[in-house]
Design a protein around this ligand. Structure first.
Ligand code: X8Z
Ligand code: ZN
Length: 603
């Protein structure tokens, strides 16, 4: 490989100095770039495939005290890094980019991806890259192998989540919440190292810091991204403040407590307060009870049926053979990561999910989300899309597709159509809208507020480790209106209890943007394609909705995302469809909250 790159470099230097002035020089240049890209794609796919296989084992078969996984994963990631960050690849891609006007858009897109890949692993600083990989592998192992303890017995995140949804005793809720936070302290030392190394590594190629590097993948500076995220957060703020007021009063009533200004974190039905939807039980909409009668496998198959009904192919047999879909039995000799993820292992047909599906509403939604990633992978895995561009139009697009399908698959008309009985009474639309807002709207101050600002402070602001918990809870109070129930010393690290802080750094705003985007797509599908009320749709079996989605998915990352969005929705990124969706709820909440004083600023 190395000799080929050197030969290409020599040819390039010649073409830069003399070639372009000669007839046919431009053609020679294009041929040369295509040759480089072809070789890059081939080798990159091979190495990325090996790294994914190694990571897959690291995430799905964790045996305490056995470091085989860690060694294998580190070796595979180092090999990938040595290639993506090689001085030759960087020099060539940069030189080619200087003449990008002479190249087809698809080549320019690929060269941008090559340079982005190089950013995390430049071999100008090989020792730093090696240490980053080592610390990250260790962090992952601590996180994935962690044994949660509740009152002296081992427990699982699924059990802790269920307790936070269902337990009514406040003391018990506090114990559960505390148990869910214990993992943070174990991660802090390595997270401090990882933060420093992530910053140092990307700085070698001229990025300001790791946050700026990740924002760069959207073609945005940190300032531009901050402005966008802030705008979304402000637009939804009045609605969130009403939801917050409603929830403070409702929870105080349920627990027989005075109404607090900030909601104690252990009152909420989610470890981070990012989704409050299970606060509302809608009569005639009992998804949990219905699903409890099904097998976990049915939940995955049902999600697949939905995609197939839109015209997508059935999942490949290898998906079912190779995925890790269900929670492990208590006596399992190994552990696995418990946060759902979808994998494009060979950047072609080898697609897998890592989940711990149990038959409940949360996993029903999450399964639709993960299959969105899988169908995205399958849709763009075709010869027209080079491997390095087998990604979403941007990262938020990748997150939006499955969340959109999850939203659609939870609406009553859909549920009835697919034979999930809802009970006798027709569910009250306002209660349903409230339940949805407690999911989608409540998520925004968390993702676009707390998580966004904390990660920006962490990387761009190099926040001092003796202030991490303090800052985390300042942001949680400011954006989410939530307070910790106990003192949070700096020996703990509550931010690190969120998987993404550890293993998907400086990217959580993808989800904030994806929620906004999914309402734009949903609005388009409901009004323009199905001619249905966006709040009451049934996509099931709509080939037209499927064709629309496939049109977006099969492009992968070959086209600029703003153009893809404009073409798909006629609009730029906008929270308007999301606001419109919840408009009737705003009036309803104002009536419920009449005479109540909000505890949060509306901005
Ligand atoms: O992490 C996820 C997916 C994996 S891509 C399950 N989500 C975010 C989270 O759990 O915090 C989906 C929405 C938000
Ligand atoms: Zn996802």
């Amino acid at each position: 490989m190395r000799w080929m790159a050197l030969a290409a470099l020599a040819a390039l230097l010649c073409s830069l100095s003399c070639g372009s002035s000669q007839a046919g020089g431009d053609e020679a240049f294009r041929v040369e770039v295509e040759g480089f890209l072809q070789r890059y794609n081939e080798r990159w796919r091979e190495l990325a495939n090996q790294a994914s296989e190694a990571q897959w084992l690291s995430k799905t078969r964790i045996v305490e005290g056995d470091d085989t996984n860690q060694q294998r994963t580190r070796a595979a990631e180092e090999a990938l890094a040595a290639f993506t960050g090689s001085a030759d690849n960087i020099a060539l891609a940069r030189a080619y980019m200087k003449r990008k006007r002479e190249l087809p858009a698809l080549d320019v897109k690929q060269l941008e991806a090559v340079l982005f890949n190089a950013g995390a692993s430049p071999q100008t600083v090989p020792e730093l890259v090696k240490r980053r990989i080592e610390v990250e592998a260790r962090l992952n192992e601590t996180l994935d192998g962690y044994r949660f303890q509740l009152q002296g017995a081992e427990t699982t995140p699924n059990e802790l989540d269920a307790a936070l949804r269902n337990e009514t005793d406040l003391q018990q809720r506090l114990a559960v919440w505390e148990a869910s936070k214990a993992v943070g302290g174990a991660l802090k030392t390595d997270l401090i190292l990882a933060r420093g190394l992530r910053n140092d590594v990307v700085r070698a190629l001229g990025y300001k810091d790791y946050f700026a590097y990740m924002a760069g993948e959207y073609g945005m500076t940190t300032a531009q991204l901050s402005a966008k995220v802030d705008q979304i957060q402000r637009e939804l703020r009045p609605l969130f403040v009403e939801l917050h007021t409603w929830a403070r009063h409702e929870l105080a009533r349920r627990h027989g407590q005075p109404v607090p200004d900030l909601i104690p974190a252990h009152w909420l039905p989610n470890r981070w307060g990012q989704d409050w939807s299970s606060l509302v039980d809608v009569q005639g909409y009992d998804l949990d009870t219905h699903l409890a009668q099904r097998e976990p496998k049915w939940v995955v198959e049902q999600a697949e049926r939905f995609y197939v009904s839109l015209g997508f192919d059935a999942l490949p047999a290898s998906f079912w053979e190779r995925s890790s879909l269900y929670a492990l039995p208590a006596n399992s000799p190994f552990k696995k990561n418990t946060h759902a993820s979808a994998w494009h292992v060979d950047y072609d047909q080898d697609v897998r999910c890592l989940m711990s599906v149990v038959a409940n509403g949360d996993w029903y939604e999450t399964t639709h989300h993960e299959l969105g990633h899988i169908y995205y992978y399958l849709s763009y895995s075709q010869p027209e899309v080079p491997p390095v561009l087998r990604g979403g139009a941007n990262r938020a697009f990748h997150e939006a597709v499955g969340s959109l399908m999850g939203l659609a698959a939870m609406q009553p008309r859909f549920l009835e159509a697919v034979g999930i009985p809802l009970g006798d009474a027709r569910p009250d639309p306002m209660q349903l809208l409230l339940k949805e807002a407690l999911n989608y709207v409540v998520f925004i101050p968390w993702s676009a507020g707390t998580m966004f600002e904390f990660e920006r402070d962490l990387y761009a602001g190099e926040l001092s480790p003796d202030r991490w918990n303090q800052r985390w809870w300042e942001l949680t109070a400011k954006y989410q209106g939530i307070a910790p129930p106990t003192l949070r010393p700096e020996t703990l690290c509550d931010a690190a209890t969120k998987t993404h802080i550890v293993d998907d750094p400086a990217a959580y705003y993808d989800y904030a943007l994806s929620f906004v985007l999914l309402f734009q797509l949903h609005d388009h599908i409901a009004r323009q394609i199905l001619k249905q009320d966006p709040r009451d749709t049934n996509y099931y079996g709509s080939r037209a909705a499927g064709a629309y989605l496939r049109g977006i998915l099969e492009k992968g990352a070959t086209k600029e995302w703003r153009g893809v969005l404009r073409e798909a929705t006629g609009s730029d990124l906008s929270a308007r469809p999301m606001l419109e969706y919840f408009e009737p709820l705003m009036e309803w909440l104002k009536r419920q909250n009449a005479g109540r004083k909000p505890a949060l600023q509306a901005y």
